[in-house]
Design a protein around this ligand. Structure first.
Ligand SMILES: NC(=O)c1ccc[n+]([C@@H]2O[C@H](COP(=O)([O-])OP(=O)(O)OC[C@H]3O[C@@H](n4cnc5c(N)ncnc54)[C@H](OP(=O)(O)O)[C@@H]3O)[C@@H](O)[C@H]2O)c1
Length: 289
């Protein structure tokens, strides 16, 4: 059986026996979640390091296992094969610029999970020739049930590609895209997607209450229905259109509701919403770059 650590080799495709040393810059929510996921998969804590200016954030990371921590970004990345940038987009330039000499000399794999920062900007701030993987995770990654889109620059080797895949798989499903601009579509579908489902759930809960249920009952039924529908979509061997047909009996209650949604242009509404998110993602990238 393949172990999660089997693919986490060092940068050279020829050295598959070594386990990559991973350095996290930023000890916030996403770093905690990724480190938690990696440790759960059996990744050795001795191969994980993390830096953050706040001692308190580092203490909570250290409490997760024997992960080494430091307030110095330079010390933390010194021996790293992989550097994960888990800081807010607004501080990315000030984080990377002082690290440029070390990054360009050692060329570790740089993985950015920051929304909206392009590979061009990352390359400018990190230095020429540094291999970069840019990711767009979503909030459920904090519970290790996220969906992440990833894009790799040409300098990323096959082994580094696998390494990034395994690291982000520690917090959920991963999907690779071939063009960087597809990450704007990933943002529109899964990056912002949890909020669309929360909005639908809010509306279902409110409608359930209007139909006479208590708030608690409406919430419980809505939440479990969302979970059940998602699990059916993931685990079934047919697509969601077929699943919908199978639960829609002719002249039944589901048909009445689905016809009402369609009459109210649900498809156009969703398309316009995702287009708005896509356009906003493109303009945010310009602002942040
Ligand atoms: N949370 C999500 O659901 C989610 C989803 C998709 C993408 N992302 C992306 O993931 C990244 C991290 O998000 P997050 O939610 O984990 O943010 P966060 O909780 O704010 O974590 C960022 C951490 O970086 C630290 N930091 C700030 N300046 C630093 C520096 N110069 N060197 C080292 N560390 C520094 C911050 O410390 P201080 O608190 O002291 O500033 C904070 O502990 C963001 O770029 C975000 O766009 C997050």
């Amino acid at each position: 059986m393949t172990k999660p650590t089997d693919h986490l080799s060092s940068n050279s495709p020829d050295t598959n026996t070594a386990i990559a040393k991973i350095a996290f810059i930023g000890a916030g929510n996403m770093a905690r979640s990724l480190i938690g996921g990696l440790l759960k998969q059996g990744y050795p804590a001795s191969h994980i390091a993390c830096s953050d200016p706040m001692e308190a954030s580092l203490t909570s990371i250290a409490a997760m296992g024997a992960v080494s921590t430091s307030t110095s970004n330079t010390d933390t990345i010194a021996a790293a094969d992989v550097v994960i940038l888990a800081v807010k987009p607004q501080v990315m330039r000030e984080v990377l610029t002082p690290l440029m000499p070390m990054l360009t000399s050692k060329k570790p794999l740089l993985i950015s999970i920051a929304a909206g920062i392009s590979c061009d900007s990352l390359q400018n701030w990190a230095g020429e020739g540094v291999p970069i993987v840019r990711c767009m995770p979503n909030t459920p990654a904090l519970l290790q049930v996220g969906a992440t889109g990833l894009y790799a620059t040409d300098a990323v080797s096959a082994a580094q590609h696998k390494t990034a895949d395994v690291i982000l798989s520690a917090v959920g499903t991963v999907v690779w895209v071939k063009q960087e601009n597809e990450l704007d579509a990933v943002t529109a579908v899964s990056g912002s997607g949890p909020a669309y489902f929360f909005l639908l759930m809010e509306a279902m809960q409110a409608a359930g209450e209007k139909l006479g249920l208590t708030a608690e009952a409406a919430a419980q039924l809505t939440q479990q229905t969302a979970l059940g529908a998602a699990r059916m979509a993931i685990e079934s061997d047919v697509d969601v259109a077929e699943l919908r047909k199978r639960v829609t009996s002719p002249n039944g209650t589901t048909q009445a509701a689905v016809e009402s949604f369609i009459a109210n242009n649900i498809e156009d509404t969703v398309e316009q919403a995702l287009q708005a998110a896509f356009t906003r993602s493109q303009s945010l990238a310009k602002e942040l770059g």
